[in-house]
Write a protein that binds this ligand. Structure first.
Ligand SMILES: NC(=O)c1ccc[n+]([C@@H]2O[C@H](COP(=O)([O-])OP(=O)(O)OC[C@H]3O[C@@H](n4cnc5c(N)ncnc54)[C@H](O)[C@@H]3O)[C@@H](O)[C@H]2O)c1
Length: 271
């Protein structure tokens, strides 16, 4: 916490996927809690409202201000209603964190077409639709910040399995971010994305053996496992006015994973 004014004081934020798909903290849950601690009023959006209620209870316990809104980000009507709810409840809109995603696996030969469509709909179209409705409301409030959650999978393939539909959708998120940054800069709207590396969250926990979990930590230069909080802290910075001159950026939050060649990490993988 900074001295004096909290970093999002007076701001209103929407976080999509503000619940967690299992016990513990996913990125949306951690970011919602952090945003509220820093003074933001937060609309907690999730397709499964009981998950967002958990986040809401944590924020209330910490003395923050937040409320739940049930929405499926693949629906334009839901996204419009979500933005209207934020403005109705809190009077303005300053930040949107597009965090929702689902994992879909397979290479192009084996991929199921429905899985492909779901990955594009939820992971990419959902961010476009949420932004489509949020941008005019932000412009009305004098500007704002959009933080999209991409992945290192956007630029490195096969982090623990063939994930072509997921990977391509995350590449699309990076491109969508650039496009929005350029098209809406003059409305004082910034758009940036974060490329999380191998973080341990409820979404991936059921997919990982202990060995894989350890390898994921060891294959990046810092050699330490990341958490949802590492991504949430970066999102907080990008959402805040501290990042007022930063837009169109894809920020890896990955313990240096993207900086390393596979061979440079070999000694640590043999440990
Ligand atoms: N865990 C990792 O290693 C990792 C790495 C890179 C990127 N990411 C990204 O981080 C983000 C968050 O992942 P997480 O593991 O923290 O998430 P999570 O699974 O904990 O939470 C996601 C939430 O989104 C909700 N949701 C799913 N589909 C929805 C929809 N259509 N509309 C509204 N809500 C919906 C779920 O109910 C859930 O509560 C994702 O974009 C993911 O791709 C994760």
């Amino acid at each position: 916490m900074t001295e004096g004014k909290a970093r999002l004081q007076g701001k209103v934020a929407i976080v999509t996927g503000a619940g967690s798909s299992g016990p513990g903290y996913g990125t949306g849950k951690a970011a919602s809690a952090l945003f509220a601690r820093e003074g933001a009023r937060v609309l907690l959006v999730d397709r499964e409202p009981e998950r967002a209620e958990e986040t809401s209870a944590i924020i209330a316990e910490e003395g923050g201000e937040a409320s739940v809104f049930e929405a499926d980000v693949t629906s334009s009507d839901d996204c419009r209603a979500m933005v209207e709810a934020a403005v109705q409840r809190y009077g303005r809109l300053d930040a949107l964190m597009n965090n929702v995603a689902v994992i879909k696996t397979g290479n192009v030969v084996e991929v199921d077409e429905d899985d492909w469509d779901t990955a594009m709909d939820v992971n990419l179209k959902g961010m476009m639709l949420a932004s489509k409705h949020a941008i005019p409301a932000m412009a009305e409030s004098g500007g704002g910040s959009i933080v999209n959650i991409s992945s290192v999978e956007a630029v490195r393939s096969g982090t623990f399995a063939p994930l072509t539909p997921y990977s391509v959708s995350k590449g699309g998120v990076a491109t969508l971010t650039i496009s929005m940054a350029v098209q809406h800069g003059r409305e004082n709207i910034r758009a940036n994305c974060i490329m999380p590396g191998f973080i341990y969250t409820p979404m991936v926990a059921p997919l990982l053996s202990e060995e894989m979990r350890s390898l994921r930590a060891r294959c990046a230069p810092l050699g330490v496992e990341g958490t949802a909080w590492d991504v949430a802290r970066a999102a907080l910075f990008l959402a805040s006015d501290e990042a007022r001159w930063i837009t169109g950026v894809a920020l890896p939050v990955d313990a240096g994973l993207l900086a390393a060649s596979p061979l440079s990490m070999l000694p640590y993988l043999r440990e």
